[in-house]
Design a protein around this ligand. Structure first.
Ligand SMILES: Cc1cc2nc3c(=O)[nH]c(=O)nc-3n(C[C@H](O)[C@H](O)[C@H](O)COP(=O)(O)OP(=O)(O)OC[C@H]3O[C@@H](n4cnc5c(N)ncnc54)[C@H](O)[C@@H]3O)c2cc1C
Length: 383
């Protein structure tokens, strides 16, 4: 059997899992090559803990170059474009050929769509979470707006988690009466894809802690001087500290790939993760997968992970000469930290018809410790 090269673009959640899994499933004669712009991986679910100071960047980061010891070839480079007709990928200063390609480039952050957004605070990347950790102790009175700027954004519970953890922080500091916290989202209710009962449970958590909530609010601009945020429907609101999700969009490297559909994201077969191009798969946030109710599968690491497991097995089966029989079923779960050492847990079958079938458990200490255990296990298992 001729030696094959599987090229994986992006070493985030999906890329990390699929590289590890393929390395175990394929013989040593086959190459598993993993490309990422940075040699450092960071565990995003812990960013809210970084913001609150219970984690630091070093503890949740790992050096991707150490994957070499497992036989995964790691390349630090920027992906510039694809040539799927000739099975090649353009990197910074050279091209890399592949037999099988896995696109796991995630969502690209952007702020140019919304005036003032680039100067807002965010915990959607490590530097932002570290910056907030410095800023929050200095902010002792006024109004914090936690804004889900535009849809889709990854980890739909994260803005709620951030708001609940800020509430917990200011209560402990006995400053909560002086600090007003309000969440804004373009969705009609929180975590829409998980269903109304989950949204209702999140609303009760917010109301129980005196956190304001506005649905259907699409951020149009932020006026830092006037301390105001304005929305697409013409309304506005005061905001002394704006913590916002960035706009998420298709990575520039894929703009001319021909793989993006009407959604603006890469189109895949939702069970096999195959794209329209031969031997090209896409997993994780870079894809848009339709589910019941005209919605899309949320962008979350748990799905990137599940998709990576399926695509790895099917690629390995094809290389090893057996049938690619694995299918992604849309199962997923997620923690929602609420502060005070407690968390809730949302899980469900997102491909269920006529609507996703989901449940929300907690909040309790158990789910908080389950998340801490998951973080530890994750950083150990894939490195
Ligand atoms: C604050 C926060 C909390 C979260 N909490 C959870 C949670 O509790 N549970 C959960 O399931 N999900 C959570 N997520 C979401 C989760 O992190 C993402 O959905 C997941 O990482 C997506 O995986 P991915 O492999 O598709 O993309 P990513 O993990 O984003 O990886 C993409 C990789 O590609 C690289 N890349 C991109 N473009 C290029 C290029 N042109 N050249 C080279 N490299 C490139 C990036 O640097 C990155 O390393 C959270 C996210 C955030 C921000």
């Amino acid at each position: 059997m001729a030696a094959k090269t599987v090229l994986i673009l992006g070493a985030g959640t999906g890329g990390l899992v699929i590289a590890n899994r393929l390395r175990r499933l394929l013989g040593k004669e086959h190459r598993v090559v993993l490309v990422n712009r940075s040699p450092v991986y960071t565990f995003a679910p812990s960013f809210t803990w970084v913001m609150m100071g219970t984690r630091d960047g070093r503890r949740i980061s790992r050096d991707l170059r150490t994957l070499g010891k497992k036989g995964i070839e790691f390349v630090t480079a920027e992906v510039r474009g694809l040539d799927t007709a000739n099975k090649r990928v353009r990197l910074d200063d050279r091209e890399e050929a592949y037999d099988y390609l896995v696109i796991a480039l995630g969502a690209q952050y952007s702020s140019e769509e919304v005036p003032g957004l680039s100067q807002c605070w965010t915990f959607y990347h490590l530097e932002g979470a570290e910056g907030l950790h410095e800023r929050i102790p200095q902010f002792r009175s006024g109004r914090i707006a936690v804004v889900a700027t535009a849809l889709p954004y990854k980890c739909p519970p994260a803005p709620y988690e951030g708001a609940l953890m800020l509430d917990d922080y200011y209560r402990r500091k006995k400053l909560r009466d002086d600090v007003d916290i309000h969440v804004y989202t373009p969705e009609p209710f929180p975590l829409r894809a998980a269903g109304e009962h989950v949204g209702q449970a999140v609303l009760e958590l917010l109301a129980g802690r005196g956190i304001g909530f506005t649905a259907g609010a699409k951020l149009a601009s932020v006026d830092h001087k006037a301390r105001k945020i304005a929305f697409a429907d013409g309304t506005d609101a005061p905001a002394d500290l704006v913590i916002a999700t960035p706009v998420h969009r298709l990575p520039d490297a894929l703009r001319d790939s021909g793989l993006a559909g009407e959604s603006g994201w890469v189109t895949v077969d939702r069970e096999t993760l195959a794209t329209a191009a031969e031997d090209v798969y896409a997993i994780g946030d870079v894809t848009a997968i339709p589910i019941a109710g005209g919605l899309a599968l949320p962008k979350a690491g748990v799905f990137a992970h599940g998709q990576a497991e399926v695509a790895a097995r099917n690629i390995a089966a094809r290389i090893n000469g057996s049938d690619p029989i694995w299918a992604f079923g849309g199962h997923g779960s997620c923690f929602l930290e609420i502060g005070g050492g407690k968390a809730s847990y949302v899980s469900g079958r997102f491909f269920a018809e006529p609507a996703p079938h989901t449940t929300m458990r907690g909040p309790s200490r158990y789910w908080h410790w389950a998340k801490a255990g998951f973080e530890r296990m994750w950083l150990w298992r894939w490195f």
